[in-house]
Design a binder for this molecule. Structure first.
Ligand SMILES: *Cc1c(COP(=O)(O)O)cnc(C)c1O
Length: 305
């Protein structure tokens, strides 16, 4: 099996205040294995094949972009997939419907049980139930995931002052930091979408450690990036009227759809940071990490129209 070579294009976009920036269109890499999930799944899927696994198992919430992308990747590249889902089955949930259409086998666990998903006993129970599988952690947040995200730089040709990205597990940001060819010139900016304050910094450091294996080296990278943790707008998947308006006006100005959970908050944060933490004359590249399938889920929950 070969992982298809694809290159992201760049769109020039404008923020409400008139600031212009480049947007890397990872959202267009694949219609179903979207954005950073395409990046994070690449080396996971290749490893699963090398190791001769027939099944891939992973974890996520009922509206998870990662679940949808893994289901689609299994179908496309010939693996059976198993999704361990937090919560209960709902036959109308668009993400779960999609995953089932891709023939992902869904396994539902309670929220409290789900919290123990990284424990040894949890995985050995799953192996008893499903047989051998290649395990991908929630969000594709492992070494292979970071490795794939380092490759984002291959599609970045110009030099920028800032490259900005939304953060969930910080896997994408860790890849960007580690792959940065010119960290003196270009700073990586992360916008956490969860309300975790300084927790995100330690998550990020853990991710860097997974690759560098040396805390002193992790420390060496600390001037290469910035984290602005005050733009989660109330927490994960919390959608404010202001954010809704922002995503809609961004779409009418630029004809590009953002998702509300990640990229909407990231571009909103950027518009607030320009002229404050980020000087107006800066050259900025934002990474559109995809996730637009998630908007269907938000619509289904009544959080957006
Ligand atoms: C999963 C996801 C993220 C989070 O990426 P991390 O590597 O976990 O920080 C960001 N944007 C979108 C659209 C996603 O689906």
């Amino acid at each position: 099996m070969k992982w298809p070579h694809k290159k992201s294009s760049i769109s020039q976009v404008k923020l409400p205040g008139g600031f212009e920036l480049d947007l890397l269109r990872d959202d267009e890499l694949h219609s179903q294995i979207s954005g950073n999930k395409w990046r994070k799944l690449k080396f996971n899927v290749l490893k699963a094949e090398q190791k001769r696994y027939e099944q891939i198992l992973t974890y996520g919430g009922a509206f998870s972009n990662h679940i949808a992308a893994t289901a689609a990747a299994g179908k496309e590249f010939g693996f059976k997939t198993i999704g361990v889902i937090r919560g209960e089955y709902d036959s109308n949930n668009p993400t779960l419907k999609f995953a089932e259409n891709c023939e992902m086998q869904l396994h539902f666990v309670s929220r409290s049980h789900y919290r123990e998903k990284d424990a040894k006993f949890f995985r050995s129970d799953l192996r008893k139930k499903f047989g051998p599988f290649f395990n991908i952690p929630e969000g594709g947040a492992n070494f292979e995931g970071i490795q794939g995200c380092q490759e984002i730089w291959k599609d970045i040709e110009r030099e920028y002052d800032y490259v900005i990205v939304p953060c969930g597990t910080c896997t994408t940001m860790a890849g960007l930091i580690l792959g940065n060819p010119n960290p003196v010139r270009t700073k990586v900016v992360g916008i956490p979408v969860l309300n975790v304050n300084d927790g995100m910094r330690s998550d990020l450091n853990q991710k860097l450690f997974q690759v560098l294996y040396d805390w002193e080296l992790v420390e060496d990278y600390k001037d290469d990036y910035l984290l602005y943790p005050d733009f989660h707008l109330g927490g994960y998947a919390k959608i404010t009227p202001e954010l809704k308006g922002f995503v809609e006006s961004f779409k009418s100005e630029n004809a590009i759809q953002l998702d509300y959970i990640y990229n909407g908050k990231m571009i909103f944060a950027l518009s607030e940071l320009i002229g404050e933490k980020i000087p107006e004359y800066s050259k900025v590249l934002a990474i559109h990490t995809g996730g637009v399938q998630g908007n269907e889920g938000l619509r289904y929950m009544g959080k957006i129209q």
